[in-house]
Design a binder for this molecule. Sequence first.
Ligand SMILES: Cc1cc2nc3c(=O)[nH]c(=O)nc-3n(C[C@H](O)[C@H](O)[C@H](O)COP(=O)(O)OP(=O)(O)OC[C@H]3O[C@@H](n4cnc5c(N)ncnc54)[C@H](O)[C@@H]3O)c2cc1C
Length: 375
Amino acid sequence: MELSEFKAGLDAWLDENESALAPPEGIEHLDQQMVRLSKVKAAVYDAGWMRWGWPEAVGGLGGSTLLRAYLGAALTERGLVEPGIYSMTEVLAPTMIDYADPALAAEMVPRLLRGDETWCQGFSEPDTGSNLGSLACRAVRGPDGWVVNGQKVWTSLAHYAQRCVLLTRTGTLESAHRGITAMFVDMDTPGITARPIESMHGHPEFAEVFFEDVVVPFERTLGQEGQGWSVAMDLLPFERSTALWHRAAFLHHRLQQVLDVAPDGALDPAKVGEVTQLLYAFRARSRGTQWRLHRGETLAAETSIDKVLVAAAEQAVFDLAEEALAEKIILEDDGPAERWRSEFLYSRAATIYGGSSEIQRNIIARRLLDLGNDR
Ligand SMILES: Cc1cc2nc3c(=O)[nH]c(=O)nc-3n(C[C@H](O)[C@H](O)[C@H](O)COP(=O)(O)OP(=O)(O)OC[C@H]3O[C@@H](n4cnc5c(N)ncnc54)[C@H](O)[C@@H]3O)c2cc1C
C-alpha cells in the first residue's frame, strides 16, 4: 500500500471511530491509559492499520515503515494514545524481529502489535545507566536454562508487562560489553518481583525488578550468548527514531493547544517562534530518519542527534505551557490543569530516558565528529 492511500484510508477510519476510542477530558491515570492503549491497538490491528509496515513473517501486511510512522503520529496527535506507553512497540518489536528465533518472533510480535500484551526493556540497574557495559544482573547456565539473579531499575511498565527484553551478564565483569547476553523473559516466571516506583509526574510509570533464581529457557536467548551488546545497539536506535516521530506529533498537538488556550498577551511572540523552530528542527531531522528506515538503512549513532533535539523541543513546549498557563497549572484543580502539570513534570525526564542528553552529546562528539575519547 502506498503512503498516500494509507493516509487517506486511515484518516477516514479514524474520523469515523475516534469518538469511541477517545479519552475523557482531563487527566487519565496510568491504569486507565494502559486499558485504552490495548483497546486502541486492538481496534487498529483488527482494522488492519496496525499491521502495515511490519513484515508478514510476524503477522504484518508488509509495506514501508513510513506507514507505521504515520499511524503512530495520527494516534498520538489525536490524543488516542499516550506516546510514551505506545512507544514500547516501536522500541522492542524491531529488535525481536532482528534477533529472536523466527518462530518465537512470529508467535510473540502480533501480541504486542495488537495490544494483547505489554513488554518492557530491562537494561538499567542501580549502578548501571549511562555505562550500560558495566551491568551486573547475572545469568549462568543451569540444567533447564539460564538462571538469572540480580536487579533492574527504571524499567518502564514492568509491573504491567507479560514479557521483558532483558540484558544479563554471562561473562566476567571485566569482559564489559563482550560478556552480555540478551533474553526474552516471561514476567510471570517464578522469582521475578516488580515493585512500581512513582515518578514526580504522579504516575508509577516504571518499576524496580528483582530476579531470584529465575529460569529462562535457552531458546529465549536473543542472538547468541555474549551478543547482548549488539542486541542493545540494535535496539537503542529504534528508541530514538520512529517512537520520537510519534512523540513530536503529540508535542505539536500540545503546542497548538497552548497557543489556543493562552490568555491574550500571555505569550512572547519571540519565545513562541523559538519553540516552534525547535520542534520543526526536530521534525525535519526525524523526517530524514524515517526515510532512511524506509530505504532499509541500518540506524546507529546518528540517532543521538534526534534524541538531543526532541528532548530540547519537549522541554521548550512545556516551558512555554507553564509560562502561558501558570495561573491555571498552579492554582486550578480540574483535570486539564492536572494534566498540564503532570506533562510539564514528565518533560523533565526527556533529557534522561533513552540515554541522557550528555551521553548523546558524547556519542555525537566521539563517534560522529571524531573529537576523541572520554578522558
Ligand atoms: C522516564 C524514564 C523511563 C525509563 N525507562 C527505562 C526502561 O524502560 N528501561 C531501562 O532499562 N531504563 C529506563 N530508564 C533509565 C534510563 O535509561 C537511565 O536513567 C539513563 O540511561 C541514565 O542513567 P542513570 O539514571 O543511571 O544516570 P547516570 O548514568 O548515573 O548519570 C547521572 C548523570 O551523569 C551524567 N553522566 C554520566 N556519565 C557521563 C559521562 N561519561 N559524561 C557526561 N555526563 C555523564 C548523565 O548524563 C546524568 O546527567 C528510564 C528513565 C526514565 C527517566
